[in-house]
Design a binder for this molecule. Sequence first.
Ligand SMILES: NC(=O)C[C@H](N)C(=O)O
Length: 484
Amino acid sequence: MSLKYVSRLRPLALGRSRLYSSLPPTNRAFLASPVEGETVTINGWVRSVRKSKNVAFADISDGTVGEPVALVMNPDLAKSLLTGACIEATGQVKASTGKQAFEIEANAIKVLGPATKEYPLQKKFHTKEFLRTIPEYRWKTSTGATVMRYRSSAISKISNYFESQDFTQVSSPIITASDCEGGGEVFQISGGKDGAEFFGPNRPAYLSVSSQLHLEVFTGALSRVWNLAPAFRAESSDTNRHLSEFWMIEAEMAFATELDQVMTVAENMIRSAVTPLLDEANSVIARDLLATKKYEDKEQKLRDRWNMLAGSKEPWKRITYTEAVDILQGLYRENRKVFGKVRPPKWGEGLASVHEKYLAGEYFNAPVFITDYPTSQKPFYMLGNDVVDPERQTVSCFDLIVPEIGELIGGSMRESSHDKLVQYMTNRDMNPEDLQWYLKLREHGAFPHGGFGMGFERFIAFVTGQENIRDVIGFPRWAGSCVC
Ligand SMILES: NC(=O)C[C@H](N)C(=O)O
C-alpha cells in the first residue's frame, strides 16, 4: 500500500469513530465499579420513591442487574417522580449510609416517560398469578428480570459446552410435515379440515413438536448437532409444567453406541449451566437469583438445588425402569398413601408425574436417569433392546427426572435399521410413506446414534426455583390462554 493512500484514509477513519456515540452505561456497569465523587448519568425505571420534607430517595433499575441504583435528592426534584416512570438521572456518586454501598446524589432528573398512580407494580408483594395478568409489565419485577437474565446466561453456557465438544448448532424447521412423537398432539396449520392447502393438495403441515427427526438428518452429515427451538403441543394439560409453546434443547450425536454416552452428554450440559452458580462470590447472576428468594427464606433451598446438580463430580444415579417400578411398588406396600390417591405402576404402565417426583425427591433427593422403558410406552424411533423376556420388551432410552419437576429430559439410542423402523411404524399404525425422507437416512450410510431433548423452561424453572414454568417464559401459551 502506498504511503499516499494510507494518509488519505487515516483522517477519515479517525473522524468517523469520533462521530459515533455509544450507549450510556448500564446500571450493572455502574454498580460494578462506582467511583466516589464522579458525576454520572444513569437511566432506569423507578421502582420506588420515598419523600420526606428535606430529602427524597428513589430506587431505579434498568433490569441489567438485580440491585437497584439508589438516588438521593432534593424533594423538589422528586416532585413528579412516580413508581413506574422512566428517568435519566445525573448526579455525583457518594458513599451511602443506606443498604447500598453507593448512591447518586442527583442534581438533574429528566423524566423520559412519566407514569400514573395506576401503574400496577407498586412496591409491595405481588403474587405470580397477578403478575401473569400483566404480561406487558411482569418482566420489570426483579424476579422476572433475573429469571430472564439466567435464561440468557444458561443458553450461552450450554452453547459453549456444546461447542467445546465439537457439536454444531443447527436451525431446524418450525413448519414440518410430520408429527415426530406420533402422539397426535400437533397444531395443524395447513391441509386441515378447513381446506387450506398452502403447501399443495394432500400436503398437511404442522408446527414442530420436536426437532429430533431433522436433527437426525443433520447428525448424519455433521456428526454432533444441537439446537434450541420452540416446540408446540396441542395438549390440554393445565399443569405447572406444560405449555403449548415451549423451547427445547435437543442434541443428536453420531457414533454414540451406548446410552450411557448420551446420558453423560446430557448431564454435562446441565452441569455447564449450573456450575458457575456455585461460585457465589464471582457470579452476579447467582447473587441475583438468591436475592429473589430472600423474602421467601428459600435461599438455602436454591443453593442446595444447585449443589445437587453440580456440587459433586459423582455421576448421577442411573436405574432401569424395572428397578424404578420395583422401588415404587415396595414403597406402596409399606404405605398405601405414599402417592396420595395414585397407585404404583404395574410393569408396562407409564410412570405418573407423582411417581417421578417422589423418586427424584423424597426417595433419592437427586437427579436420576431412568432407563429402558417398555417399548409400548415410547415412540417408534427408539432402538429396541435385545429381547430377554418376550413379555417385557424394552427400548434403549432414558428419562432424566428431578425433584418437584419430574421429567426434565427424554432421550434414546435411535434405531438405525431401515427395516426395523418400518416395522416399528407399522406396529404403531403409522404410515412409513409419510416419513420416506427419514427412512432414506438409513439406506445409505446408516450409523449408530442417539440424542435427547430437554424442556428448556422446566430446566430454567428448576434452577431458578420457580414453581410454574409459565413464570420463566416471556409470553406463556396454554389451552385457553394466548393473550398477547
Ligand atoms: N430430541 C428428543 O429426543 C426429544 C424427543 N423427540 C421428545 O420430544 O421427547
